[in-house]
Design a binder for this molecule. Sequence first.
Ligand code: AVJ
Length: 326
Amino acid sequence: MNMAIINANRVVPLSGEDFRGQFERDVLAGLSASQKTLPCKYLYDETGSKLFEAICELDDYYLTRTEATIFARSLQDMAVTLGDSVILIEPGAGNCEKAEPLLEAMDNPRAYFPLDISSEILLAAQHRIRHRLPDLEIVPVIGDFTSGDAWSRLPVSNARKVIFFPGSTIGNFTPEQARDLLERFAENLDSGDGLLLGADLVKDSVILERAYHDSNHITEAFNKNLLTRINSELNGDFNTDAFAHRAFYHSLRQRVEMHLVSLVEQHVSVSGRHFSFTEGETIHTENSHKYTLPGLQTLLRDTGFSPEKYWTDDKQHYAICYAHVR
Ligand code: AVJ
């Protein structure tokens, strides 16, 4: 029996105006704080997304490669764990490249709902997947998965659901934010539904720091591109040469922090507002939290999930965990 999926195919993009307004508010607020900060989600404009793809190819950046190895090795087992006739929901799906082999391995997946802020990438991915899995219902939902209204636009269905959240995206959230996010996930699931979560694990700080301060300087370009983006979209006058890329592992906070360090005392204007920097003052641009396996279990248990199974690489650098809603 095939239950109907209600209000399918609703692609509701954010208008350019809404996006710019939010970007401006976030940037001005971040630069006004005593520890200047910029939300890491704005690192991913077109240039930033391309730079991130280049990062994923780097020898120094072990995350993508390690996660891919785990998927390649355990795809069948994961598919069996996920179960049959499931709707796969992917927040922040981007090009949907990780979901595609998973959907192929899954037993009769009911539908795939990729959720992302970029409609172009999603629609291109939908086109590609439709080609390989012609019977699969794909409903792209455009929106920010950290906000409730994106979730409210998801089609309603009584099929079993699994949220797919790979790529260590969870690392961008502080433990508190991660709890809020997983609670939001749980709110959009029913008892017995699942979560397949990829997370980077705590390891030697030398390995961690090399991943975020690569010898090809791509991460540096990725970090500084945020200033270039602010210059072009918010009428800023950042001199990118007057800032340096810094990335370090904070073992107490269990995270790599990425900053832009002002090399001199300087003044910058953005959208007509002025900000001053002392020499050595930083803008905190990203957190990348690392988990232990027990830490991951605690996070899942505290947010309404029961961890069931995890897959890891030989060096235990990275983990993919399956949990169901209690
Ligand atoms: C996309 C959040 C997983 O934290 O490793 C890579 C982003 N930043 N290099 C990460 C990132 C700098 C990445 N995530």
